[in-house]
Structure formats: C-alpha cells, structure tokens
Write a protein that binds this ligand. Structure first.
Ligand SMILES: *Cc1c(COP(=O)(O)O)cnc(C)c1O
Length: 233
C-alpha cells in the first residue's frame, strides 16, 4: 500500500509543480512517520524515501537510536526546552522554533555538541489558538535577528500549518502569508531557502504557493492508529 501511495503522492507533487511552472525536484518530500513502527519506516526507506518527520521528542530520540542517520530526520513538532537535548544534532532540520528562549536553548546545545543546527521558524498563519507558532511580524523579526547572531544556528526558512478546513481559499491565504513573511525577511537581508508547508490535505496548494518542503503522513502511511504505541505495533 505504501508503494502505491508514494506513487500517487509523487505524481501529485509533479503535477502541482508543473502547474505553477516549478520543477518537482525543487520540492523535498518529508514522510511524516509519527506513530509508525520501525518496520513501516524501513519499508518506506526500501521504496526510496530519504526524509522522515517526527513530532514527539522522545519518540524521535528512540527511533533515532535505532535508525541513526540512515535517513534525514526532520523534527516538526512543538519542542519543549527541556527536551531539546533529544533532538539537536540528530535532526537535520528543526522546523518548529517559535521563541527566542527555544532558539537560545537549541543554540547552547548545538554549541556544546560542536554542530551547526539547521532550523526553521514556525509561524501561526491560521490564527487558530490550538496551534503553536509565531503570531506577528514584530515577534518574527525579533527571533530571526536573534538566530542570525547565534553562532550554532543556521536559519533555513519558515514553516506553517494551514487551518483545519475544507475551504481552499483560507488554506491558500495561510501559505501566501508564509511566502510573504519569507519575502519580507529577505528584503531585510536574511537569506532563506525553505518554505515548509503542505500536509496530506493541502500539499498541492502549498506547492502552488512555493513550498520547498512538504510534510506528508496520512497520504503515505494511511490513517494513524493511536490505539497502540509505535513500539508496540
Ligand atoms: C502530523 C503532521 C503532519 C502530517 O500530517 P498528515 O495530514 O498526516 O499528512 C505534517 N506536519 C506536522 C507538523 C504534523 O504534526
């Protein structure tokens, strides 16, 4: 099933890219493997998937212990400062930095390890209270300035989650807001490569609006099963 699903996802990525005059290879597919057991991740690896996303620090730490840097890891979930040690230096990208305090903690840990940590800043573009992320431009600039001067941080781009809705217009507004935020920072001299946006329900719209990283779980692995832990499946 994963094989067929991946085929469909790759096709749709290519179509969305083409529709907006982009090349499919400008877009990195991150397979969101949260809740999935190791054997499922290994199946995806055998089918050519190179990038995986996890959103829980402990689950990530434990999976990393098993799979190590056999794959490129993306940490995409809310990160508490006391769990930074589980993630820094292991995840290639941390997508969810949304405060100076968290950035500071990641920088300190990365300095200790002697690594440069690639990060993205997470913006709340939906206005939804339940979502994390930076909520206004002033705050974004403050965090971006901090990151620029932090010796062990490498600011790579911005990340967002669209609102949970079937209204395509609202979803698109979110992605446009992220793209504009990137353009504003670039106008202020920041250089950013990535827009991490688009999940199972909206990745085609995200690609049309400039996504360079899409984070897709359900469309690849099927509905998530929360009845058992990943290591009990
Ligand atoms: C779970 C998750 C995804 C993937 O969601 P799907 O709808 O299953 O594709 C993407 N991004 C983040 C931050 C997630 O937590």
């Amino acid at each position: 099933m994963i094989k067929e699903n991946l085929h469909i996802v790759h096709e749709k990525i290519a179509q969305a890219a083409e529709k907006s005059g982009r090349k499919p290879d400008e877009i990195t597919l991150v397979a969101v493997s949260k809740t999935e057991p190791i054997r499922v991740i290994e199946e995806a690896i055998s089918l050519g998937v190179t990038d995986f996303g996890e959103n829980k620090a402990q689950e990530f730490r434990d999976k990393y212990e098993i799979l190590d840097d056999k794959v490129t890891w993306h940490f995409i979930g809310h990160l508490q400062t006391n769990k930074v040690k589980y993630v820094v230096g292991k995840a290639e990208f941390i997508h969810s930095v949304d405060s100076v305090k968290l950035a500071e903690e990641i920088n300190d840990r990365a300095e200790k390890l002697g690594v440069k940590q690639k990060i993205l800043l997470e913006l709340n573009t939906s206005g939804e209270e339940s979502k994390f992320g930076i909520r206004n431009e002033e705050e974004l600039l403050k965090i971006a300035e901090f990151v620029k001067d932090a010796p062990a941080l490498d600011l790579q781009g911005l990340m967002t989650m669209a609102p949970f809705t079937s209204d395509g217009k609202l979803i698109r507004n979110s992605f446009v807001a992220l793209r504009k935020a990137k353009e504003n920072l670039e106008a202020k001299g920041f250089s950013l490569q990535h827009l991490s946006m688009g999940m199972t329900n909206d990745y085609e719209i995200a690609i049309e609006e400039g996504a360079t990283i899409v984070r897709i779980g359900t469309a690849i692995f099927g509905e998530r099963d929360y009845s058992k832990k990943w290591n009990e499946k």
